[in-house]
Design a protein around this ligand. Sequence first.
Ligand SMILES: Cc1ncc(COP(=O)(O)O)c(C=O)c1O
Length: 396
Amino acid sequence: MDSAFDDLLREELEALETRAQRRRLRGFGVMDGGLCDGNGRPLVDLSSNDYLGLSRHPLVTTRAAEWARRHGAGPPASRLVTGTRDITLAVEEKLAAFKGREAALLFSSGFQANATVIPALARLGTIVGAGNTANATAIFSDELNHASIIHGARAARCPVHVFRHNDLDHLDALLAGHAGRKLVATESVFSMDGDRADLGRLAQVAARHGALLYVDEAHATGILGPQGRGLAAAVPGIDVVMGTLGKAFGAFGAYVAGSRALIDWLTNRCSGFIFTTALPPPVLGAVDAALELVPGMDAERARVAANAQRLRAALAAQGISTLASTTQIVPAVIGAEADTLAASAALEAEGFVAVAIRPPTVAAGSSRLRLAINSTLTAPELDRLLAVLAASLPRR
Ligand SMILES: Cc1ncc(COP(=O)(O)O)c(C=O)c1O
């Protein structure tokens, strides 16, 4: 029987439908390693973050299966109980070396890391300085930061200052107005725009104001920076680097990397690390294999970069904005929600999946197809994609 609560839920869903903002789950099939629709028709996936195609790499899938057989399907405990195995520590050590940091800590997901590490860091100093409100942290967050960073900043229950996207003069001015502890949070590659933060300058601005710098490398890890080590790898002065393992690594989970002291402290103070079950052995196996493969994949990274550039040029020739994208993430900005849904449907009719990205994920009026180039996209597929985009997107 429906309750008043259900009526209200349905009313809200109808309001979203009217605004072309309602989302629905859809189950894709998988055939010959690629996506297919309900009728078994193959689809080229332009919405996946598996930028290097590693989720299907034989070394990755074999090691995942092997570690499941050897160590079990799941660790039935959290990390500080019996969920830490020798393989967990070995993968963390490899991750730290990959990121060029003293230590690394695995998390169940990127969302969980951002949502809980940021509030933990905002409480830094409350053990030794209990009650000292002069030490209260303020958080400075880029306006395009991912929902999980926003969640973390809100959960920290401290003042949050949002700076204009990639506007470091604005950040500088905001930092100058705060006397206590400061934490600056940014993504190195912005997930919906595909542009980059100027990490070198950001590190200088943060250092000038004594602010802790927190960088989310979800969309850079594996695909950008020297040997795919991320954009933070080449920049000194970044205190905390997090990244995800469910994107270019083709696996699952996330990591935080930094100094030994940072990792030891998070092990003691971060709720999203302490009060949850450890990552399972098959995932650790997949991450372990990806860590071996990623540094040697420069050819794949170069192909992705060249294909993304070709896609941007083709969209620009049609008068379609790709914003400030310089990475494998190429937004084709359509504008209205309904038009973006129509563009997505037109692409799918031709065998390409490019899910429409709409508010609240992006700002009103900037709905887009977020086209993610990965290394498994073939030259004929890209040629066909450009032809389909030319035919199905309105010229501007
Ligand atoms: C920038 C950014 N940070 C964090 C996350 C969350 O990572 P995860 O999917 O591992 O929860 C995402 C994923 O969508 C992201 O784009």
